[in-house]
Design a protein around this ligand. Sequence first.
Ligand code: F6R
Length: 239
Amino acid sequence: MNIIRVRDYDEMSRQAALFISSQIAEKPNSTLGLATGGTPVGTYENLVAMHRDGLDFSQCFAVNLDEYEGLPASHPQSYAYFMHHNLFRYINLPESARDIPSGSAADGEAECRRYEQAVRARGVDLQLLGIGHNGHIGFNEPADDFPRVTHRVALTRSTLDANARYFTANEKQPEFAYTMGIGTIMAAKKILLIASGSGKAEIMRKTLLGEVTPSVPASILQFHQNVTVIADEAALGLI
Ligand code: F6R
């Protein structure tokens, strides 16, 4: 595992975008696994600026970690909308070269099966990850075992509370989501984990130095062959 300690959020975002752009330079038709949440917003801003300076996404394909059940792509809190709003509308990644579980699928289980097959058939070259305070990656919450494939998950109280800030008082926050499994994530050739802020310090310590256990889902990354962590001093403050 390669751990890059940077000064702050801005530096994390710049370094993460550089890492992703190197992947595209090395393999222009890379399949990029992308993440949502607060942490990657700055990374996407940097990628947009790099695109203005010539970074070409035209041969890439993008898949995403997860999506809320019940939210159509047009819903401002859906992850499909997040990706469009923060990245896709600014870059030259063809619309046909993106996939994300459909939050509005009539049969959620069938949608998870479709998505798993699609992601596995393509193969992810570089998976970007954030990390939840409870160690979740994607929406793989602490559990008794590591989920292997894309599945429907009930969000924990900790995750619901962390994401409540995105929903207004009269919007119903979804309690279920579809997420790549830990197996799906671990099948990526390279993984880039980004983290910022002292609120992530304890979980980063457990993830990087603690026991590998499904009660800290991100700890499985210790077993991946090619993980880079880019995190700021605050997030690595207990290491
Ligand atoms: C998002 C995702 C989540 C987030 C995690 C951290 O697609 O899969 O695992 O990465 O909840 O969220 P932030 O970055 O908001 O702290």
